[in-house]
Design a protein around this ligand. Structure first.
Ligand code: KIV
Length: 291
């Protein structure tokens, strides 16, 4: 079945994702943080838009995702939701939005749904099961996130590939199983060996979405700005740039600045004209002289 870009493509639903997983149809998920990125990714026909807390690194200048708040996330979720994408819209639960108890978690996640998200994502395994169960009970679809979970940067001692030691690999397999049984509709696998991700994927009924987790996941996710090459720093090993966006956009801005300085911008095509009949009055007007 094709889910190519179309103005009229039907909205992606959870049953549709599950069906694509069963048919072996790989799922494509991209981050979007604002209206332009959402419109572009949706027009490209991606299946899932994630308003990721990576907005903190990518758009807000933070070194980690830890300072990202619900207020910041709500602002970006609303911007993406206003574009009414056909892709499934998933909102990422930021640090501390799901750690303080079930009630706060429900309020935060429910707020995302009231702003137009269709599902939420949260990081972590066994420790998060009470929250996941409560969300699912409250009709809030949940995407899990295992492996290199960026909100655990301090506990992990840096952004390091996870699941290389036997105990860690088995814990990821068990956490994935537990998230599925708690009702998650999908799990992101980030920064783990490809063969471990393949094993997680074959042991689950629900789709896995990989980032730095090899080809054998049910789908893939990338940060859109990484794919576009918009960020000046060296990307992670798992990123493939599909354009050099930073260079292209810098060159466009430099050409515009050059045109401003040389008087080539704006030209007649970018300017407005007075109607012929009022030109004489405007030309003869003098300060202090009233008609
Ligand atoms: O915040 C984010 O962008 C993410 C993806 C990398 C999965 O969590």
């Amino acid at each position: 079945m094709s889910h190519a870009p179309s103005d009229t493509r039907p909205r992606v639903t959870l049953p549709q994702l599950q069906q694509w997983k069963q048919e072996g149809h790989p799922l494509a998920m991209l981050t979007a943080y604002d209206a332009p990125t959402a419109l572009i990714a949706d027009a490209a026909g991606v299946d899932i838009l994630l308003v990721g807390d990576s907005v903190g690194n990518v758009c807000l200048g933070f070194e980690t995702t830890l300072p990202v708040t619900m207020a910041m996330m709500n602002h970006h979720v609303e911007a993406v939701a206003r574009t009414r994408p056909a892709a499934l819209l998933v909102a990422d639960m930021p640090y501390l939005s799901f750690h303080l108890g079930v009630e706060v978690t429900l309020r935060n996640a429910g707020g995302f749904l009231q702003r137009g998200a269709q599902a939420v994502k949260l990081e972590g395994g066994a420790k998060r099961l009470p929250m996941v169960r409560a969300l699912v009970d409250a009709e809030i679809p949940v995407m899990g996130h295992l492996g290199l979970t960026p909100q655990s940067v301090n506990a992990m001692g840096g952004f390091k590939v996870q699941g290389r030691a036997e105990a860690d690999a088995l814990a990821i397999l068990e956490d994935a199983q537990a998230l599925q049984e708690a009702g998650c509709f999908s799990v992101v696998l980030e920064g783990i060996p490809a063969d471990l991700a393949a094993r997680v994927t074959e042991t689950l009924r629900i789709p896995t979405i990989g980032i730095g987790a090899g080809l054998q996941c049910s789908g893939q996710v990338l940060v859109f700005h990484d794919l576009l090459g918009l960020l000046p720093q060296r990307p992670a090993k798992f990123v493939r740039k599909y354009m050099e966006g930073f260079d292209l956009m810098r060159d466009a801005a430099a050409r515009w600045a050059q045109d401003v300085r040389s008087g080539a911008f704006p030209g007649p095509a970018e300017s407005y004209k007075l109607p012929e009949e009022i030109r004489p009055a405007v030309a003869s007007w003098q300060p202090g002289l009233r008609r």
